[in-house]
Design a protein around this ligand. Structure first.
Ligand SMILES: Cc1cc2nc3c(=O)[nH]c(=O)nc-3n(C[C@H](O)[C@H](O)[C@H](O)COP(=O)(O)O)c2cc1C
Length: 362
């Protein structure tokens, strides 16, 4: 996992990627990333690849408080500082482009959330005043869908102009792109829904528009087949994603990012269908571990492994893996929110010189 990875699109010094993680520290009014964000990511620049936190492509697509955007010049300017800081430390960073679909709230955006169909998400959602009931989203009109596709393409162009090495389209975890793919959230009868082929239309239009705008070698897609997060039901994921990958194979995307569970059922099914670069990440109660990463790469199920939670408290994760150093743990309370502790204050590992001296003598 610590060896380099090279494809025609990406060259990484190691296969330890930082998974996209919303941290909720941006200015909630302007969507401008916090001034410490440049430091936060540059501290993690030894990752083979950093995938940024999800960034909204339009205001209605913002999921929760403190999530940054990539729509205004002011936002782009702040991201330019982030990408410059990462590059200065020798790193690479992709922007994760995100439309939250129905997983949003008027308390966050001042607007009714939009989705393929007016199907309310079961459960609750984190809004400006705390946890609250979800609302029924408004079904997007056909013309509006075209506008959202353009918003993804515009944000991708802005991302490249702001110095990002590429973009990862957020097609995972129950947000807009996956809502079009899933049968329980997409009840449309037009060209965007009704059959599996039609459910693929919107995701493929986004990929087509974004690759046309910035070139396929700078575009990646994240998917989470069968993931029930945010009230998604995808019992037919094998067929849906096999067909999606068959369509995607015509683009030479930078990579496909697949979220699976530790049973690796999804990866085992999809890997043979994806000749391109595959980044894998495992979702479970416990953070994806080094041993799991080694085993994914050893089994040929992934080229690169993305680690999320471990990167919060271990900014120098590849070095810790190399040294078999102890891993720090972050308290869940610091994951999200405006508080600044638990953001840039996790130190890099410093070998205990006394201990080394001692063991050297023995
Ligand atoms: C604080 C936090 C924020 C997250 N935000 C995002 C996000 O913005 N986009 C995304 O695709 N996944 C997001 N995820 C999911 C992670 O990318 C990853 O899939 C998950 O944490 C499992 O990987 P891990 O076990 O290595 O942490 C988030 C996870 C955490 C813990």
């Amino acid at each position: 996992m610590l060896e380099a990875f090279r494809s025609t699109a990406i060259q990484l010094p190691n296969r330890v990627a930082m998974a996209p993680m919303t941290r909720g520290r941006a200015d909630d009014l302007t969507g401008v990333p916090h001034p410490l964000t440049a430091e936060y990511y540059s501290q993690r620049a030894s990752a083979g690849l950093i995938v940024s936190e999800g960034i909204w492509v339009n205001k209605t697509g913002k999921s929760g408080p403190g999530i940054p955007g990539l729509v205004t010049e002011q936002q782009a300017e702040a991201w330019r500082e982030v990408t410059a800081a990462v590059h200065e430390e020798g790193g690479r960073i992709y922007a994760q482009l995100w439309h939250a679909g129905r997983v949003s709230h008027p308390g966050v955006t001042g607007r009714t959330p939009v989705a393929p169909s007016a199907v309310r998400q079961a459960g609750r959602i984190f809004s400006a005043g705390g946890w609250t009931d979800t609302v029924e989203p408004r079904a997007l009109g056909e013309e509006e869908i075209g506008e959202v596709v353009q918003d993804f393409a515009d944000a991708a162009r802005r991302a490249v102009e702001a110095g990002f090495d590429g973009v990862e389209l957020h097609g995972a975890n129950g947000y807009l792109i996956q809502e079009f793919l899933a049968g329980n959230t997409n009840l449309r009868g037009d060209r965007y829904g009704g059959s599996i082929a039609a459910r693929l239309t919107f995701p493929l239009e986004v990929v087509a528009a974004v690759t046309e705008r910035i070139g396929a070698a700078r575009v990646a897609l994240r998917i989470s087949p069968g993931n029930p997060e945010n009230d998604i039901v995808e019992d037919d994921w094998k067929e849906v994603y096999s067909r999606l990958l068959a369509e995607l194979r015509r683009y030479e995307l930078a990579y496909l990012h697949v979220i699976d569970t530790p049973d690796v059922e999804v990866l085992s099914h999809l890997r043979p269908l994806w000749p391109g670069t595959l980044v894998a990440n495992l979702r479970s109660e416990k953070p994806t571990s080094r041993a799991e990463g080694e085993s994914l790469i050893g089994a040929g199920l992934a080229d690169v492994v993305a680690f999320g939670r471990l990167f919060i408290a271990n900014p120098d994760l590849p070095a810790r893996f190399a040294l078999h150093a102890p891993l720090a743990e972050a308290d869940h309370d610091v994951y999200y929110g405006a508080r600044l502790d638990g953001y840039t204050d996790f130190p890099a590992f410093e070998p205990d010189s006394a201990k080394f001296a001692c063991s050297a003598r023995s």
